[in-house]
Write a protein that binds this ligand. Structure first.
Ligand SMILES: [Zn+2]
Length: 260
């Protein structure tokens, strides 16, 4: 098995077999338990491996795409926020507890600017662990997120996208939605900004979840790529949604279908 360095997310090809097909969530859903949960305090414990999402196709006509930024809060987060603000874009940030502990003021700014947040473990460890260790990784970060921002998040992204080291299982049992991605920017690789932008623009379709990084290293190329990505997708008619908005857009059909 490939072990990624701590702040790198490998390409999906390097990952273990996904537990859920990469196909979009379809409607109608025969098994209600396969619907993504957005409420952390769901009444039923979430059955293992049913709440993993990679792409979430909106029900309506609107073209939506969700940008996700991993491994912050980080000094480069501020530059990412500035570009997002410039284009009126909301995104979703998955935080590493250790990084959050060092830069709480940046986390507060992310939330204040209207972005969504998720849990990306405490230490970014992605080797196999016991349920107790997995619980520590997730709960410690969740507690610090609550302490820092006053918010609870129902979103978890496993470091490296790894689904079989105990972390995702623990998160699913606790009712989290495990958020993977369908488009890889490869912005942790030594690529030019235009190549990073091209990776995103070539891959995006409606409901895509795009993996980017605001933390874990020098993210100036990511910031530069955003100056290409954001106007290009807006020109193609996309609206940028947070992951919670994307989940909601997929659920919106249920009451409508009943009303008809
Ligand atoms: Zn990561």
């Amino acid at each position: 098995m490939l072990i990624a360095p701590p702040s790198q997310d490998p390409s999906p090809e390097a990952l273990e077999q996904p537990v859920r097909p990469s196909a979009p969530i379809s409607r109608p859903t025969p098994n209600p338990q396969s619907q993504p949960l957005t409420e952390k305090n769901s009444p039923q414990p979430h059955p293992s491996h049913t709440g993993v999402v990679r792409r979430i196709v909106p029900v309506g006509e609107e073209k939506l795409v969700a940008l996700t930024f991993d491994d912050g809060p980080w000094p480069d987060t501020l530059a990412v926020l500035e570009v997002l603000r410039q284009y009126g874009v909301k995104a979703t940030f998955f935080w590493v507890g250790l990084h959050l502990q060092k830069r709480p003021e940046i986390a507060v700014q992310v939330v204040a600017e209207g972005h969504a947040i998720g849990n990306h473990s405490w230490s970014h460890r992605n080797t196999p662990m016991t349920p107790e260790e997995a619980g520590e990784e997730i709960e410690r970060t969740a507690a610090l997120i609550r302490h820092t921002t006053g918010l609870s998040t129902s979103l978890f992204r496993p470091p490296g996208g790894r689904l079989h080291n105990g972390l995702a299982d623990y998160a699913l049992q606790q009712g989290y939605t495990v958020v993977q991605w369908s488009v890889l920017s490869k912005d942790t690789e030594p690529l030019e900004a235009l190549t990073i932008a091209d990776n995103v623009l070539q891959g995006v379709q409606s409901g895509s979840i795009v993996l980017l990084h605001d933390g874990g290293g020098d993210r100036s190329k990511t910031v530069e790529a955003l100056h290409t990505i954001l106007p290009a997708l807006q020109a193609q008619g996309y609206r940028f949604a947070t992951v919670p908005e994307l989940l909601e857009s997929n659920r919106a059909a249920v009451p409508k279908a009943h009303a008809n």
